[in-house]
Write a protein that binds this ligand. Sequence first.
Ligand code: KG4
Ligand code: ZN
Length: 329
Amino acid sequence: MILSIESSCDDSSIAVTRIADYKLLFHKKISQELEHSEYGGVVPELASRLHAEALPKILEEAKEFLPHIKAIAVTNEPGLSVTLMEGIMMAKALHIALQKPLIGVNHLVGHVYSLFIEKEAVLPKMVLLVSGGHTMILDVRGYKDLKVLATTLDDSFGESFDKVAKMMGLGYPGGPIIERLAQKGDPNRFDFPIPLRHSSKLAFSFSGLKNAVRLALEELDNLSEEDMADIAASFQKAAITHLLQKTSKACELYKPKDFAIVGGASANMALRKAFEKECAKRRISISFAPLEFCSDNAAMIGRAAVEAYKMRDFIDMEELRAVPRSCFV
Ligand code: KG4
Ligand code: ZN
C-alpha cells in the first residue's frame, strides 16, 4: 500500500491506495474553505496552521494501515510553499519512522490521475486541466510523459470565478457560487468579450474578462439579485466559450482520440455539458474525474504514486523540497 498526503493549498488530505489493483482503502479530506471564505481567497499562513492541525488527526484515523505501507507519497509541487511544507514534513517523519521510500508527486499529474482512481490508466489523452492555480491543455502519454500544449497568460479559469465572486462580495470559493447563480441568470444580457478570440495563439487569458465584469458591476448602481445572476451567467458563458474555442484549436492541431477534463473547476456542469456536445460533434471520446475527486485530494496523489512506485521513482529525503512553481515539460 501507498500512503499519500496532499496539502498544496487549502485541503488537508491523506489516502491509502493498494498497489496491486489501485483500490482506495482509506481517504479523508478536511477542507478549509469556510476559514478562508471571509478573506475571499486562501491566506497561506492560516492554511499552513490548519494543515498542521488537520493532517495528524487524519493520520491517526489511518493508523491501522501503517504496518502495510510500502512507500510514502506527498505533493511537493506546485502549490503554496508554506502549505506544501506541512505535508512534506509529515512524509519525512513517516519515512524515518517506517523506513519506507519517499515519492514526490506533482500536483498537476495528480489531477490527471484523478481520472484513473481504482482504474487502469487509459492513455494517450488530451487533458484540459482547470483549477484554481492552472488552466492548461496537456498531451498525456504516461506518468513521466506529459507535454503542456497551452497554458494561461494570466489568471486561471477557477481563479476568475473566485475573483468575480469576490467582486460581488459572495465569498470563497467562487466557482460553485457563480455556477449556482448563473443557473438563474440570462447569459445573453451582458456581452462580455471572449478572450483571445481574434488571436491564433494557443493560450488562455482571463484577466481581460474579469476586468470587463468589474466595469459592468461599476456601471450598475444598485446591484439586484437579477443583475448578479445575469452577470454570473454572462461571465460563465464567456469563460466556457473561451475554453471551447482554444481547445477546439488544439484538437484541430493535435487530433486526439480521447479527451478529458480534470481539476477543481471541472465540477462545473455547464462546462461539462458544453464539452460533451463539442466532443460528440468531433467524434472524440470524453471523460471526467468523478465529482468527489475533482477538487484537491490525496486519492489522486496516491493513484499517481502507484505509477511512480512501479517505476521505482523514489526521492531522497534531502532532495524532497517544496517547489512552489514547477514545470514538467
Ligand atoms: O483543483 P482545485 O481544488 O485546487 C487547485 O489546485 O487550484 O480547484 C479549485 C478551483 C477554485 O478556483 C474554485 O473556485 C474552482 O476550482 N471551482 C469551480 C467550480 N468548483 C470549483 N469553478 C467553476 N465552477 C465550479 N463549479
Ligand atoms: Zn488542484
